[in-house]
Design a protein around this ligand. Sequence first.
Ligand code: C2E
Ligand code: CA
Ligand code: CA
Length: 502
Amino acid sequence: MVPLVMATWLAKQGVEREARIHLQSTAQWAIRRAQLSFEGARQALDAMQQSTEPACSTAHIAHMQSLTANTRFIEEIGYFEGGLLRCNSWGTVATPVHQGAADYLLDDGTEVFTAIRPQVGNGTAMVGLQRGNYNVLIIPSRLADVLTDSPMQIGLVANNGALLAYNDGADRARLATLVQGAQPPAGMWVEQAQAPGWRAIVVSPQTSFSSLLNAQWLWLLPLAIVCAAALVGLVAWLCYRRLSPLGELQIAVSRGEFEVHYQPIMHLAGGQCVGAEALVRWRRPDGSLVRPDLFIPLAEESGLIQPITDQVLALIVKDLGPLLRRHPQLHIAVNLCAEDLKSGRALPVIKRVLEGSGIDPAQLWLEATERGFMDIERARQTIEAAREAGHRVAIDDFGTGYSSLQYLQGLPLDVLKIDKAFIDTIGADAATSAVTGYIIDMAHELGLGIVAEGVETLAQAEYLKARQVDYVQGWLYARALPLEQFLAFFEEHRAPAEGAGA
Ligand code: C2E
Ligand code: CA
Ligand code: CA
């Protein structure tokens, strides 16, 4: 709507501007024409002043006649003596006609009579100019009779402010009020022009310029439609970006709105903090924190997970670089997505961020869920490459997928993370909790390190300790902590021997 309204407004403005320029030039042209006719009349008067024929002789009258015929705009020339009209270009005058008093004077001394009723003719008032003994008569409409391409009313104003002439069809009364400075009537445009001794006023109905409006529309309308379409597109795009979760996530990725929290991983027997799992958080511009469950699936689906993984890796190095250098036994576990495992794309990224950081690749554990093992051959290649690079690889959420056992046999893994679902069963009836024991036994059998996830109670911890589980992670020890809190937690829970030796 805005471009369309704008275009309408612009079109109307454009038409008015053009129309006013047109009316202006018509007014100026009317003044020029009046000046020319006055000049012609003045020359005729001067020519008669010079005449030497005896007054009102046949030759004198013939002279006046020929000048009348040869001068444009002049209808009649008259000769006065003693304030009375003696003869004119038509012949001698029988009844006496008084010269009367002039309405105003021109700068050159010419007297101007605004309304003379001549002897001959149909009785229309004429404009008279008098110099010395002679006067000339001009039909006023001739003064203002400018050719126009559209209906206009043209008025000429003398320098005494009187409406001296107007064109045929003009509304005399209306022109007179406009000359006095009245407001233009609705639907009309009024323009004036001025020259020394003259003023012209031109009035035109606005509808006369509707063809101009069409011309303006011709180029403004397509432009407006294009602008409107572009605006609609822009708004739709912005809404999509703002309102769709994917759009929001895209913005978050491009602005790097992520931070990493660290959940301590504890050595169960000794009770020290030996590592942490890096868990990503989305810090929204309003300050709220979004849990990964809410955006990781969307990120995986859309491919945005890869730049997120990259940002997480960079943040780990930035956050924990000094700590990891001071404590070479400390490790950080990173979650890789299925795509990372399939393509192996994350490995060169990891190599790059670790380069020159002073962090030992062995300090970076990679966690992969079974979803990453669908293409088992490629997963194996990635895992082997990761282990060659010095990392340790953990199978995450173990037991929640369909073919966990197959993966355990087929893949060169280091660590098994028992899913919280199994830890939750500890202390429940024997049938349910038995599986947890089997998983632990199996992991021992295969020589895998074990991390029990989601440990929330002392009873669970006791059970796991009795089963010789190496590491635990859960709210019993700490939640995922922001950097500063994790650093403090680590200072409190690090291995004393290591602390002394550092
Ligand atoms: P996960 O890898 O299984 O991570 C463990 C989740 O369990 C974390 O949730 C953690 O806060 C929560 N948790 C830990 N201990 C306890 C406990 O004692 N009780 C309970 N109720 N929960 C506990 P979080 O941080 O919401 O992460 C959810 C999932 O998001 C993660 O599951 C992981 O799959 C994914 N994720 C997190 N960070 C990343 C990341 O950087 N990259 C990728 N690809 N995935 C990530
Ligand atoms: Ca994990
Ligand atoms: Ca897990």
